[in-house]
Write a protein that binds this ligand. Structure first.
Ligand SMILES: Cc1cc2nc3c(=O)[nH]c(=O)nc-3n(C[C@H](O)[C@H](O)[C@H](O)COP(=O)(O)O)c2cc1C
Length: 399
């Protein structure tokens, strides 16, 4: 068995999976369920002083779509689309004090950690709620600068409205880091022009780590009725968004070296491994648990362990950031790399002509009984390799 432990924000986590701030963490009982199912931690649904954002959650709506845009009707596809509208914790922050303390005690007993997410209405409230969490014994506070719903909620000048502007983000982070001693984790929005700039601002203002990242706002249409799903714009995410999130994990890991919690697009162990290899220290799992149940966490942890064992890795630490360190730093560097050309294996080739149809460089053409190659024209783009069902395409170095 590999060592699954990770260090994050001065704490040891027994494995790299925690539950993100979401409906699955919206009460003491639900936080306990996360821990009972093996999560190394759980982030409380965002604590707030904003009644409108608590009310919004009591009117939550969800449309879970398949790749065609239809409601899944029970069968959860790997690339589901989670289109939804909900707010922050349905209980305002003052009402959480007792349960937050109890959750922390429960987590301590089970070698896990509770993280308090905060989303407030004013600079002072950001500090007040964070201090309340610290007083309850919570070891990390996460500032929710990513909530997409706040841009559609009148009077909710928080979440994405702050996270999109590096200076505003720094102001909030600075106020909170001046008020608490515990590490401050900053949840970024993918709707900022450049997440690395916001992360750099947050780091300068004292953030210990960043969560990369919250979800986008989308617009989903029911084409049968000509109406938007669940009434209008809403937050959108799902496993299909993973590659966009990983780009920012890679960028922030490579340029700032700031510890990262990965969120947005994790379905199973494969995604978690991709996040770790890109530079995330810990993985936040959210919407998949609302569809698959809490015990999905245990399965993910077992599967991560199996992957590490099968590949001869002794620990999560061993693969941390590996893909980011292996990445070429720019397109210029890629262009300068040695050339290759495709080689078609005539014995494996079945003359389906997929490769010919996809060759936009006139390197492959249709012969009478085989693919004709023009090596001089081949730029080694690898598209033919992607579309060949028979593994008949390999590559050789260009002389
Ligand atoms: C229904 C729903 C409610 C959410 N509520 C919160 C919240 O209160 N606070 C927060 O920081 N993020 C919230 N999120 C965002 C998640 O924590 C997470 O960042 C996002 O869903 C992406 O991760 P995933 O792909 O694992 O779902 C919510 C997401 C969903 C789907």
């Amino acid at each position: 068995m590999a060592d699954l432990g990770v260090e994050f924000c001065d704490l040891h986590f027994k494995n790299p999976i925690i539950v993100s701030s979401i409906e699955a963490t919206n009460s003491l009982d639900r936080l306990k369920l996360c821990i009972d199912n093996g999560a190394a931690g759980a982030i409380v649904k965002t604590l707030t002083d904003m009644p409108a954002m608590a009310t919004l959650t009591k009117h939550s709506k969800y449309a879970i779509l398949d790749e065609t845009g239809e409601i899944i009707k029970g069968k959860v596809p790997r690339n589901f689309v989670f289109y939804s509208r909900s707010g922050f914790s349905s209980t305002l922050y003052e009402g959480w004090e007792k349960d937050l303390k109890a959750a922390q005690v429960y987590a301590d007993r089970n070698n896990a950690h509770i993280i308090a997410s905060v989303g407030a209405s004013s600079l002072e409230s950001w500090a007040t709620i964070s201090m309340m969490a610290e007083d309850c014994g919570v070891p990390i506070v996460e500032l929710n600068l990513g909530c997409p719903h706040t841009s559609h909620m009148s009077g909710a000048k928080t979440g994405v409205r702050i996270g999109q502007v590096p200076e505003l983000a720094a102001e909030v982070v600075g106020r909170v880091t001046a008020a608490v001693k515990i590490p401050v984790l900053v949840k970024l929005t993918p709707e900022a022009a450049n997440l690395t700039d916001v992360a750099a601002s947050a780091k300068k203002a004292g953030a210990a780590a960043v969560t990369v990242n919250s979800r986008f706002t989308g617009f989903a249409v029911d084409i049968e009725t000509g109406t938007p799903r669940i009434g209008g714009p809403a937050a959108v995410g799902g496993p299909w968004i993973k590659y966009v999130t990983l780009r920012w994990v890679h960028d922030i890991y490579s340029s700032l070296g700031l510890p990262i919690a990965g969120s947005n697009g994790i379905f199973d162990w494969r995604d978690a491994i991709s996040f770790i290899m890109s530079g995330a220290r810990i993985m936040q799992v959210g919407s998949v648990l609302m569809l698959k149940g809490y015990d999905w966490v245990r399965q993910m942890i077992q599967d991560i362990d199996a992957f590490l064992d099968e590949h001869g890795y002794g620990s999560v630490e061993e693969i941390y950031g590996m893909a980011s360190r292996n990445a070429v730093s720019s397109y210029d560097e890629q262009v300068g790399m040695g050339g290759i050309h495709a080689v078609i294996n005539d014995e494996k080739c079945t003359r389906c002509w997929n490769c010919v149809g996809c060759c936009f460089y006139n390197a492959l053409s249709r012969g009478e009984d085989k693919v004709i190659q023009n090596i001089d024209n081949c730029i080694g783009c690898e598209l033919c390799f992607n579309v060949c069902p028979f593994e008949a395409v390999s590559f050789a170095s260009k002389k």
